[in-house]
Design a protein around this ligand. Sequence first.
Ligand code: SF4
Ligand code: SF4
Length: 237
Amino acid sequence: MTMTDAHYKAPQVAGYADVPLEEKQRLFAEVKNDIRFADYLYGCYECGICVAACPSARFYDFSPRRIAQAAAREDVELFYQQMQEDIWECSQCFSCLRCPRGNNPGGIITIMREVAVGNGLASAREALKAYSRIIYKIMSTGTQVSPDMLQPDAFPDWGPETSDVSAHLDLWRRALPPETLHTTSTGWAVADKTLIELYLIWHHTGALDMIADVDPGLHAILAEVMEERLEEEGIEL
Ligand code: SF4
Ligand code: SF4
C-alpha cells in the first residue's frame, strides 16, 4: 500500500504527544507570520557555521542549526519541542549572524520566545520565574537591576565584597560623578517623561499583556503601579 498524505502521521516528539498537532501548527504559523521572520530565514545549507560560532552550543545540548533547519523544513513537531526546551539556552549574542545563507537563528529564537511568552507556554513560565524581580524592577522604574538588589543573601555567589558594598551603598553611589547615578533604588534616575512614555509603550504594544499569561501576580502588580502613575498624569487608558 502506498503511503499517502492522509495516512502519514508526523513523528510525535516524546513528551509533547498530548499537545494537538493543530496547536503546534498554530504556534509555528504565529512565528512564521511575524514580520521579521522573512528576514531571518532564507533556507539552510546545514553547514554548521552558526554552531561553531555559538557560545551556548559549547555548553548545552543546543544548536542554532537545528533551529534553522526545523523552521526551514516546517517541522512543527520539532519546532514545538524547541519552543518548550531549546530556545531558552540561547544567550542572544547573535554570533550566529555570520551564517553564509544570511540567516539569523538568534532572531528566529527571539520570535519563538516572544510567541512562547505570549501564549503562556510552560517553558516560558519556567524560564521567567527566576526573573520576576528583575522584570518588576525594569518595568516599574524604567531602568535595569538596581544597586539595592546587590544583597549578599539574594546572590551568595557574588562574593565577599557584596556585604561591604551593600552596607555603604548610599556612600558609594554619591561618590559617582554623574548625578543621575546618585540613586540606590534604580540603576540611574529616570526622567518622569521617559517613564510615562515607557508605560504607554508597554501598554500599547501589548508587552504588559504578555506577562499576564506567564505570571498573573506580577502582571497585576505592574498594571496597578502603571495605572496609578498614569492617572496622576491625567492619562486614562
Ligand atoms: S543557519 Fe546558516 S550557518 Fe547555520 S547551518 Fe544553516 S546555513 Fe549554516
Ligand atoms: S544568538 Fe543564540 S543561537 Fe545565536 S550564537 Fe548567540 S547563543 Fe547561539
